[in-house]
Design a protein around this ligand. Sequence first.
Ligand code: NAP
Length: 244
Amino acid sequence: MAEGRTAIGTGGSRGIGREVSLRLAALGYDIAIVYVGDENEAAETVKDCEANGIKAKAYVCDVSSFEETKDVVAQIRKDFENPVEALVNNAGITRDGLIAFMKESDWDSVLSVNLKGAFNMIRHTAALFIRNKGGRIVNISSVSGLMGNAGQANYSASKAGIVGLTKATARELAPKGITCNAVAPGFIRTDMTKNITEDSSELLRTIPLGRMGDVSDVASAVVFLLTSPYITGEVLRVDGGIAM
Ligand code: NAP
């Protein structure tokens, strides 16, 4: 049990993030969920987390904003008695397009949410972890960031950036007893991939295990890294073998 600990999960209201919130709640973590707009999903996830007898609260905050993330971390610190010991940077978006036609705004928004968002959250929680003499950070990357994906130059760049951010943070904060790792999912069934059908034999041919992943496949890897004191700077693929 993780009694007396608080975890912050960005994008913790839906999809992969929701499953991570529920798993951590079952382990006894208090949960602070950061989301940007879907109030109903956030309220539902808070209720389901609370069913484990822990404290859960949802916060509207755009992770791409330095000021909003600073304020939300300060508010979470005020609201939760138990120390913040874990951060899961999971919030992410796609704005796919061919690079020759990609809008500047689509490049900027994906980099701002996916990469700067993770920086912002680490930037504002690092001091708490250092003061507590420990902490665990898990960032969600993607196989798109490891291999590159045609039509996703912005997304692939943001997720490759997450790998560099993870490794630099891991090296910098290791002397303070803080670990930082990444999970790189492949094709996982969520709202983000609702337009991809598994019927496509072309897609299945790229996945050695022959199926899309479930949110539980990714959440298991996140929980493993959050509970592993001697692993840091690792990028754990959860992709059915795509990027091996
Ligand atoms: P999802 O179902 O679309 O959920 C995205 C979550 O991020 C939602 O909770 C959303 O909040 C939140 N969010 C989006 N923009 C935000 C912002 N600016 N500030 C704060 N929160 C924000 O996505 P998912 O499929 O679970 O993906 C989760 C993570 O895994 C992402 O980083 C994604 O890139 C990565 N990933 C997914 C796959 C996949 O196949 N699904 C594969 C590889 C990597 P609202 O509900 O309020 O909109």
